[in-house]
Design a protein around this ligand. Structure first.
Ligand SMILES: CC(C)(COP(=O)(O)OP(=O)(O)OC[C@H]1O[C@@H](n2cnc3c(N)ncnc32)[C@H](O)[C@@H]1OP(=O)(O)O)[C@@H](O)C(=O)NCCC(=O)NCCS
Length: 139
């Protein structure tokens, strides 16, 4: 398995089926052009189908009084490639990238009942925080 940072809009579109919603080239281009926005794809070199088998995305969070941190935004692995270590490898690769970019921590919020995500974050070295409320403003 190979994990690579995505740099091209066309490459993002190859992973369209991994995302919650189909990405558009315009949104992909906008994402890739933003400083501190990162998207990694996992590729299966043994069974290449020209499609990535997993992705993770993250955003560097800045604040005037703090060192930068990386927020792990989304993580997904194709059904056929799950439970083979791909998710863990993607999270570890994003943590490596975060360190290389000067981030002092990486964090993520996930549903407490998402057992797969919880196990993946634990396995990739995360400490669990205390129970947290998430507040959303919708419009
Ligand atoms: C979460 C997800 C990315 C894990 O990917 P993966 O490649 O299967 O993960 P790994 O193979 O690296 O497994 C890591 C751990 O999770 C466990 N795990 C994986 N799928 C699981 C499942 N469905 N139920 C329970 N545990 C699971 C593995 O057994 C392993 O645990 P271990 O260290 O105790 O052996 C994948 O299940 C997925 O894409 N889910 C849908 C999207 C999602 O929920 N994303 C996260 C929230 S944004």
């Amino acid at each position: 398995m190979r994990i690579e940072r995505v740099e091209q809009t066309d490459t993002v579109m190859l992973g369209a089926e991994l995302f919650d919603e189909p990405p558009t080239p315009a949104r992909a281009e906008h994402f890739l052009r933003q400083p501190g926005h990162h998207l990694l794809f996992a590729w299966d070199d043994q069974h290449p189908h020209d499609r990535p088998i997993g992705f993770v995305s993250g955003v560097e969070i800045l604040h005037p009084d703090k060192d930068p941190e990386l927020y792990l935004n989304e993580l997904g692995v194709a059904d056929a490639a799950q439970r083979q270590g791909v998710g863990t490898a993607l999270v570890r690769a994003l943590a490596d990238l975060a360190r290389a970019h000067g981030c002092v921590a990486m964090w993520e919020v996930s549903d407490a009942d998402n057992q797969a995500a919880t196990a993946t974050y634990r396995r990739s070295g995360a400490d669990e925080g205390s129970p947290t409320n998430v507040f959303t403003w919708s419009w």
